[in-house]
Design a protein around this ligand. Structure first.
Ligand SMILES: Cc1ncc(COP(=O)(O)O)c(C=O)c1O
Length: 379
């Protein structure tokens, strides 16, 4: 029987993979967020054809790519945008740091989510800004962000509200109502919202819709912008391309003021793969979501059956956020590493009693990794 496309194991040795080379051959690496799947055929074809040209000079993003992105945003999220609201960056992390450095000044205060992808904190600390962390819980019942908490943290000098939607870790997808409330809060306190939406196309729950921040209302477009990329979805983060969608021209100009000094243009191949993925990657993407959903269900069922471990329902991403507090391990990351699996330590996101597990891999390898974690739990 032919193996499922995503079941095929692909040797990543000798590719200088950050994920695979860090811990060596005895350890299954389920940490940094890339997947063990080949990008779709259309992406590989686009690369081959551009590489075969042989000249790799300075290259700009075509108007066609911007228009394609605008159409993609319209058909995927039902948000009508203008192509000239789009600006390109070599990575989404660049966008997080740029947002803090360009839109706030020394002495300003920023609200960031936690536990969260570490670059939110790195961006404010790196820029020397004062900040407070608001809690994002994996969703049980009700709101996963507390507006009372936000109200208690906001200061007269708060300028920026950073959001990660869908959230990493935890995979929460904010509802329209939640975003409306966030928008009201931001308006009331005259904050700009910077929304990291890199995981927007990795929604695993059927019937759940991603809402880019600017799609919530016309008014919110005046004081918010989205950071997006297909790096995660189509598994080409090593090529690197992200974009800002910023409807307000003043905020856009502020963000881009010093571009092309410290920040290079994206790699020309990154334009090609993004274009190909948008135009022809649809069926691969659907198959990926199905495979990841089944991995998610498998991880959830196995983890929740292990003594001391638990995870809340994960709506999106391939990054499970697992609570190990009931294992009473001194350091969950070390215990799991000793068992032969490298996960991301919870401390990286702001909670040491958790760990994050990347299930963007073949089911068979995932099974072996979970067997190893289970043995550690039973010790
Ligand atoms: C929320 C979030 N933002 C940004 C990134 C990184 O994006 P890039 O590789 O484009 O810088 C990640 C990667 O894991 C992420 O989870």
């Amino acid at each position: 029987m032919m193996k499922h496309l995503f079941d095929q194991s692909i040797d990543r040795a000798n590719t200088h993979s950050v994920r695979w080379d860090k811990y060596g051959p005895g350890v299954i690496p389920l940490w940094v967020a890339d997947m063990d799947f080949r990008s779709p055929e259309c992406v590989m074809k686009a690369l081959h054809s551009r590489v075969d040209h042989g000249i790799y000079g300075y290259t700009y993003a075509s108007e066609e790519l911007k228009e394609n992105i605008a159409q993609y945003v319209q058909r995927t999220y039902h948000w009508t945008i203008q192509p000239d609201w789009i600006s390109f960056l070599p990575s989404l992390v660049t966008g997080l740091h740029l947002s803090v450095r360009m839109l706030t000044h020394a002495g300003d205060h920023v609200l960031i989510p936690g536990p969260a992808y570490h670059h939110f904190k790195d961006a404010v600390v790196g820029a020397g800004r004062d900040y407070s962390t608001y809690e994002v819980q994996a969703r049980g019942d009700g709101l996963c962000i507390s507006l009372e908490e936000l109200e208690s943290l906001v200061k007269p000098n708060t300028r920026l509200l950073m959001v990660c939607n869908p959230h990493n870790p935890g995979g929460t997808v904010f509802t329209r109502t939640e975003l409306e409330l966030l928008a009201q809060f931001a308006k009331q306190h005259q904050l700009i919202i910077c929304s990291d939406e890199i995981h927007a196309d990795l929604i695993l729950d059927e019937g759940v819709q991603h809402h880019p921040i600017g799609s919530i209302s016309q008014a919110i477009q005046e004081y918010s912008f989205s950071l997006m990329s297909l790096n995660k979805t189509f598994n080409f983060p090593g090529l690197g391309l992200a974009w800002i969608i910023c409807p307000n021209p003043k905020i856009r100009a502020g963000l881009l003021k010093d571009m092309h000094t410290l920040i290079p243009n994206p790699n020309l191949l990154a334009y090609e793969v993004t274009q190909a993925a948008i135009q022809e990657g649809g069926s691969w993407h659907q198959a990926l979501i199905k495979y990841l959903r089944s991995n998610r269900d498998y991880v959830s069922q196995r983890i929740n059956a292990m003594p001391g471990l638990s995870m809340a329902h994960l709506q999106a991403t391939y990054l499970a956020w697992i609570d190990a507090s009931q294992c009473h391990w001194e350091n969950p990351f070390n215990t799991i590493l000793d068992a032969g699996v490298a996960v991301s330590p919870g401390s990286q996101f702001g909670n040491q009693q958790f760990f994050r597990l990347n299930f963007g891999t073949q089911r068979q390898l995932l099974k072996t990794a979970l067997d190893r974690i289970e043995i550690a739990c039973l010790k």
